[in-house]
Write a protein that binds this ligand. Structure first.
Ligand code: ADP
Ligand code: MG
Length: 321
């Protein structure tokens, strides 16, 4: 099977690559053409997943397809963008038809959930690696950035934290656990649901936002820095799933604070907007607040600053960004 047949069979013919609103021209030409309405800006983000680094070797291709797109689409959620389209640059060691079929199915499943269509990409031979670029639309000036948190704002998250970190020992085969709790954590790891509707709901309300990919503490550090503010997080307010408590036990809080891969939104919100946000997105939880100062501070129930667990994952060591 040559490169072009592979592209045609597994990508151009996939359900996620069919005609869609906002796509004037899809796969097959030198560029795709996207239609952006007047008064809107294009939000663009790229994520690369490398075999053995971001996912275990020989992992299930359907799950990998789902996860690769979910991770990228989460950045659109974080900006408050409406999903439009994505491209896929894939490097493959060989053209394995069963693998490609399952991968494309996983990709299409997540694409349907996120309302994203595949409009192009690149296909090369080499060690397995996936680069997904997502495109979304956001009304001019309304994108949710990391800068803008104000003194007195509430610090909120869009759902439970730490499930993906709790799943990691299971994903890596370091622990074997059966049962519903383990399945729930694995589901969160392999098919995180980008909080796209929440991001769009927060336009004009949240003062800063991002999606938690490297761990709550590390990512809140980005909001604190970009906004020139301090963030106080109350340890006892962290929303933990019963599945995480069951599987991770005493380390559940550390999973929520320092574990990566959650893809839940963290945002700062003037208190006046909380009722409307919680009515539309009931999983919204207040976990702290914004104060004058700098850095991220973890507090116990009595309001005393406590030491945080180890920092989130960084590819090039721990010094700075
Ligand atoms: P070019 O040589 O002009 O860069 P290619 O031969 O790489 O084009 O690709 C042909 C067409 O197939 C292009 O429209 C490209 O976007 C698309 N394409 C290539 N690989 C993929 C892929 N993995 N997924 C989706 N579309 C792809
Ligand atoms: Mg090319």
């Amino acid at each position: 099977m040559g490169e072009f047949e592979l592209i045609r069979r597994f990508f151009a013919a996939a359900p996620c690559a069919q005609a869609a609103e906002g796509v004037a021209l899809g796969i097959g030409d030198d560029c795709a053409l996207l239609q952006v309405a007047a008064g809107e800006q294009l939000a663009v983000s790229t994520d690369t997943l490398v075999d053995g680094v971001h996912f275990p070797k020989n992992c299930d291709p359907f799950l990998l397809g789902q996860r690769a797109l979910a991770v990228a689409a989460s950045d659109l959620a974080a900006m408050g963008a409406t999903p439009l389209a994505f491209t896929l640059a894939i490097t493959l060691p060989q053209a394995d038809e069963a693998w490609l079929g399952a991968f494309a199915e996983g990709l299409s499943t997540m694409a349907a959930r996120c309302a994203l269509s595949l409009v192009g990409g690149d296909t090369t031979r080499g060690p397995l690696s996936l680069t997904v670029t997502v495109f979304g639309a956001v009304p001019r000036g309304q994108a949710l950035t990391r800068a803008g948190a104000q003194t007195g704002d509430l610090l909120c998250v869009g759902g439970v934290l730490g499930d993906a970190a709790g799943a990691l020992p299971l994903v890596l085969g370091q622990r074997q656990v059966a049962g519903a709790a383990a399945q729930a954590l694995l589901q969160h790891y392999w098919a995180p649901l980008p909080q796209l509707a929440l991001g769009q709901l927060l336009r004009g309300k949240a003062t800063a936002a991002l999606d938690i990919s490297d761990g709550l503490l590390a990512d809140c550090g980005h909001i604190a820095r970009a906004s020139g503010m301090a963030l106080h997080i109350e340890r006892d307010r962290l929303p933990l799933s019963s599945a995480l408590r069951e599987i991770a036990g005493a380390s559940a809080h550390d999973c929520a604070l320092a574990g990566g891969d959650d893809y839940v939104l963290a945002f700062t919100l003037p208190a006046a907007h909380l009722p409307a946000v919680q009515a539309a997105w009931p999983q919204t939880m207040v976990i702290g607040r914004v104060l004058a100062g700098q850095g991220v501070h973890l507090l116990d129930a009595a309001g005393h600053v406590i030491d945080p667990p180890r920092a989130g994952y960084q590819h090039f060591g721990s010094s700075g960004d």
